[in-house]
Structure formats: structure tokens, C-alpha cells
Design a protein around this ligand. Structure first.
Ligand code: RP5
Length: 169
């Protein structure tokens, strides 16, 4: 596996997760971050997943985003093997209870080994990217300025929609 360098890694348990996680990758790229993207599973490829977590810090990764559906243990498994901050994204798999299974599997970490858990699905995927940027922006002025601009534009867009709605009324 070629060792691409990036401060952010986006991991997912299956290629079936990519339709949701593309939102995460796209949001990171908006901020100028080209992430490492890997399909690694806590259950199907546990050795490779553990190895990734154990070597990530030395390879220059600063934040790991880990997404999975069903019994979603990928984020927790990452957290077990590294001191880097882990952002978990619970996903709705094709079968099962609407992602609630993955939400509980991701969020209910034992005390001492946290996973910052996002919303289920595409919203969580996008927010994982934004949250990673917020972490990196603490020590990156350029990124911090870009993030401030993103928030200001988001506010302006929401206010514009409010204004348009009320003009129609
Ligand atoms: C999880 O099982 C994956 O993250 C995926 O959301 C779910 C189903 O995987 P596939 O059977 O679609 O590969 O490990």
C-alpha cells in the first residue's frame, strides 16, 4: 500500500460506506486537505486496521475519522491502538435499525478511551470533516482563517434563505 501523507485519515469498514463518506472526503478537500482514504474493518481486517492505528502518528496523521455501519467497532478499535483523536461516524447499513446500531456501537466507549461521535450518515460524514478541520485549525492559522470564512458564508446563506422566504410571503 503506497504511503500517502496527510494529516487526516478517513477510514471506513466497507466500500458500501463510500456513498456516505464521500461527503466527508469532499468537505476535507474544500478545506484543501487531501485525506488518506482506506477501507479497513475492525472485524474483516483487524490486523491491518490495528497496524494502521499503531503507525498513524509516526506517519504524520493527526486526526483519524472512522466510519462503519452495523456493529460499528472501527472507531473504537482505532482509539484502542493510538493516542490520536478519533472521530467516529455511525452509518446506516443496508440492513438493520437505521444506523442506531452503529450509533450505539460507536458512541458507547468505556471511560478512558473516547471516540468523538458524529450524527448518523451523510450529516455525520460532513461534520466529521468539519470537526477534524476545527482540531487542525487550532495550530494552523491559514486553516483557521478558511474555517472562519466557511462559517461566515454558511451564516450568510442561511440568512439569504430567510430573506427570500419572507420576500415571497
Ligand atoms: C460494516 O458492515 C461496514 O462498515 C458496513 O457499513 C457494514 C456492511 O458491510 P458490507 O456487507 O456492505 O460490506 O462493517
Amino acid at each position: 500500500m503506497a504511503s500517502k501523507k496527510s494529516p487526516v485519515a478517513v477510514l471506513m469498514g466497507s466500500d458500501s460506506d463510500l456513498s456516505s463518506m464521500q461527503n466527508c472526503v469532499d468537505q476535507l478537500k474544500y478545506f484543501g486537505i487531501d485525506p488518506i482514504v482506506r477501507i479497513l474493518s475492525a472485524h474483516r481486517t483487524p490486523a491491518q486496521a490495528g497496524e494502521f492505528a499503531r503507525t498513524a502518528k509516526d506517519n504524520g496523521v493527526k486526526v483519524i475519522i472512522a466510519a462503519a455501519g452495523m456493529a460499528a467497532h472501527l472507531a473504537g478499535a482505532m482509539a484502542a491502538h493510538t493516542t490520536l483523536p478519533i472521530i467516529g461516524v455511525p452509518l446506516q447499513a443496508t440492513e438493520g435499525p437505521n444506523g442506531l446500531d452503529a450509533l450505539l456501537s460507536t458512541v458507547q466507549m468505556p471511560p478512558g478511551i473516547p471516540v468523538g461521535t458524529m450524527a448518523i450518515g451523510k450529516a455525520g460524514a460532513k461534520n466529521a470533516a468539519i470537526y477534524a478541520v476545527q482540531i487542525l485549525a487550532l495550530s494552523d492559522k491559514t486553516l483557521s482563517d478558511k474555517f472562519d470564512q466557511f462559517r461566515a458564508e454558511q451564516t450568510a446563506k442561511a440568512l439569504q434563505k430567510d430573506a427570500e422566504l419572507n420576500q415571497r410571503g
